[in-house]
Write a protein that binds this ligand. Sequence first.
Ligand code: ATP
Ligand code: MG
Length: 212
Amino acid sequence: MILAICNSKGGVFKTGTTLNLATLLSSYKPILVDLDSQKSITYLNNIRQQYSKPLDVITVHTEKELEIVINKSTKDNLYIIDTGGFDSSLTRIAIITADVLVSPTSGNVVDLLGLNRFEAILKELSEVKGETIKTNVFINDVSPATKKFDEIQDFITSSENFNLLNSIIRTRADFPNAINKGLTVKEFNPVGKATIEFKFLAKEIELLLSKI
Ligand SMILES: Nc1ncnc2c1ncn2[C@@H]1O[C@H](COP(=O)(O)OP(=O)(O)OP(=O)(O)O)[C@@H](O)[C@H]1O
Ligand SMILES: [Mg+2]
């Protein structure tokens, strides 16, 4: 199976999501696929080796290398692709071929504008694929004090290309503190709020994978 973490807007937590799902979906023995031109996952996996065992990471540079990954995908394995914060032919192939798409976004205006542009890309790719491509959006990096999300939720649910997940991930220091060591929040602070919130997201994603 292929799970693509995607959003053409940069800095919305694609790499953080990919990394954290590695340990929260560990029962699938996931292989992380690094499509990002910055190669963040590959870099973090190197840092991580000072603190823990390396994760299973494949670094992809070319369409041919991506094709090899796609051809190896079966119902019994899981590739999680960090697609990078840009629009490229590699990202587009990942989006078209993925079984499940997941997109983090914050609620700030600039990120919502980015989501709007991403919607236009999904519409273009839906034409190519001949079916509506839907990504599962979750709201990330919102203040722990925020209680109402009506405007963001309305914005997301108004598009046929977006399915809004129930999970809401708050701004938590555990995320950058764990990432700085190449670790996931589950490894860094197993009982912390970041881990609890991310576990809920992983459960929602597992449910999506179970429907493939
Ligand atoms: N919920 C959160 N709590 C705390 N920090 C967060 C949260 N979400 C994102 N961040 C921070 O935002 C920054 C960007 O995250 P990340 O690098 O995963 O984004 P990205 O989408 O992969 O970026 P790019 O498009 O450049 O690849 C990181 O420093 C990360 O720690
Ligand atoms: Mg990234």
